[in-house]
Design a protein around this ligand. Structure first.
Ligand code: DAT
Length: 174
């Protein structure tokens, strides 16, 4: 069955601005913000806690099962620091947020990340890991890279995604 509303992934290295973007986008568009971190925790889609990386070891099959029905209906914004696990057929747009190293360092330090996690995430941003993952997993034309360093950029990004949504609805007769 065709979706009457699109599904959007908002991804990027931790600290890049996913939550800020998703919350504002949900407020402006009425699309539903699904924080995958919350789903992993509340629906126990994990195999335990990794102490070194200070994060859950995610059970991807369980996670996909947990969100499948909701996402297949459309109108979801998926907020996560990975994107390659979501089936291509579910997804209409992939937004990869980016920022510079100094900004990311400040944002992650403010979260009291330990040195391993801080360095790993900064390296990941420098190496464009999420951008590559998105480009390898989805058709080139649905992957968009947006800068998220300033509040102004946040605003213009939301405007752009809203405009995309309007166009999508027109194209899909919804
Ligand atoms: P994420 O969900 O990717 O981990 P976040 O939305 O929680 O990131 O943002 C981390 C911090 O950075 C938070 O204090 C808000 C701030 N921030 C994010 N994007 C920003 C932007 N474009 N301009 C200014 N501050 C931003």
């Amino acid at each position: 069955m065709a979706r009457t509303l699109p599904n959007v992934i908002v991804t990027g290295t931790p600290g890049v601005g996913k939550t800020s973007h998703c919350e504002l986008l949900a407020e402006r568009t009425g699309l539903k913000h699904i924080s995958i971190n919350d789903v992993v925790k509340t629906r126990e889609c994990h195999e335990g806690w990794d102490d070194e990386y200070q994060s859950w070891v995610v059970d991807e099959d369980k996670l996909l099962d947990a969100i499948e029905d909701e996402v297949k209906q459309g109108g979801c914004i998926l907020d996560w620091h990975a994107c390659d696990l979501f089936p291509k057929s579910w997804i209409d747009l992939v937004v990869v947020l980016r920022t510079d190293t100094a900004t990311l360092y400040d944002r992650l330090s403010a979260r009291n990340y330990n040195e391993t996690k801080l360095q790993e995430n900064i390296d990941s941003e420098i190496m464009e890991v999420l951008l590559q993952e998105a480009r390898e997993s989805y058709d080139e034309e649905i992957v968009v890279e947006l800068q998220s360093t300033s509040a102004e950029e946040l605003d213009t990004n939301i405007d752009r995604i809203e405009a995309w949504l309007t166009q999508w609805k027109e194209n899909n007769g919804s």
